[in-house]
Design a protein around this ligand. Structure first.
Ligand SMILES: [Zn+2]
Ligand SMILES: [Zn+2]
Length: 263
């Protein structure tokens, strides 16, 4: 049993065949999925996906790419939307200096508002960070000092500075299909050093399909390829990896009811 801790089932590439995507995931042993919010003006669609399936939860947030248009200055709207029973996390939020679709200061302000929402709601923060290692680590450390929150770094592709900060702050780290890419040797080195009880796996579908599906549209069923690579790096069996990542998911996303999986 595996859980895809980060996918975008509302994106058109997947929404067009939602039921088939969910069925293929089940057939591949994917017990549950977390579909992620990226804009508040499309959050209704994200939540609707979660409402249609017992084993799909969702998050609410504004992606750093969207900070220019929808960046939050206060946690209020996020906290209000997070009241819904299927909303189990805050994000994705963070800093993306690779694309830099939004000014850095607006990304940072919205990131801090999301952290405040995570603190206030008690839900874990889902952090997106790319080419922004030092600023991401600095904000997480500064905000944790102001008041505790939980969370994870999703689609981890940063260097040791972010991994170290996340682990020290009690956060988890979610690994995507990037870990299967030939050029990702540095990432594989970091994954080997992440304690098994802090690891999650994800697809970030429809993007970043793992080898051997690389280049295709990604979907939750493919997370098994990523999990197999992580098991290899950690030197554990696939069964151990499945158990650990599933336990880790429910320990972090405490609002997600594990009992629905048995139903
Ligand atoms: Zn992301
Ligand atoms: Zn995402």
């Amino acid at each position: 049993m595996l859980i895809d801790s980060h996918c975008h089932l509302d994106f058109p590439e997947l929404a067009a065949e939602e039921d088939a995507v969910v069925t293929r995931a089940r057939d591949a042993g994917i017990a549950a999925m977390l579909t992620i919010g990226t804009r508040l003006d499309s959050f209704d669609k994200v939540r609707a996906v979660a409402e249609r399936h017992a084993n799909i939860w969702c998050s609410v947030g504004v992606h750093p790419h969207e900070a220019k248009e929808e960046g939050q200055r206060t946690p209020d709207r996020l906290v209000a939307l997070a009241q819904h029973p299927k909303v189990v996390g805050i994000g994705e939020t963070g800093l993306d200096y690779f694309y830099e679709h939004s000014p850095r200061d607006e990304q940072a302000a919205s990131f801090r508002a999301h952290i405040a929402a995570a603190r206030e709601s008690g839900l874990p923060l889902i952090v997106h960070t790319r080419d922004a290692d030092d600023d991401t680590a600095a904000i997480l450390r500064a905000e944790m000092a102001r008041g505790a929150f939980t969370g994870l770094i999703h689609c981890f592709s940063s260097g040791p500075v972010v991994a170290q900060a996340a682990l020290e702050l009690g956060m988890s780290i979610s690994i995507s299909g990037i870990v299967t890419f030939k050029a990702a040797e540095a990432l594989r080195g970091i994954v080997r050093d992440i304690p098994l009880d802090r690891l999650l796996v994800e697809t970030d579908a429809p993007y970043l399909a793992p080898v051997p599906k690389r280049g295709k549209r990604n979907e939750p069923a493919f997370v098994a390829h990523t999990a197999a690579k992580v098991a290899e790096l950690k030197g554990v069996s696939m069964a151990e990896l499945e158990q650990a990542t599933t336990d880790n998911f429910f320990r972090l996303f405490t609002k997600a009811d594990r009992n629905v999986l048995a139903a």
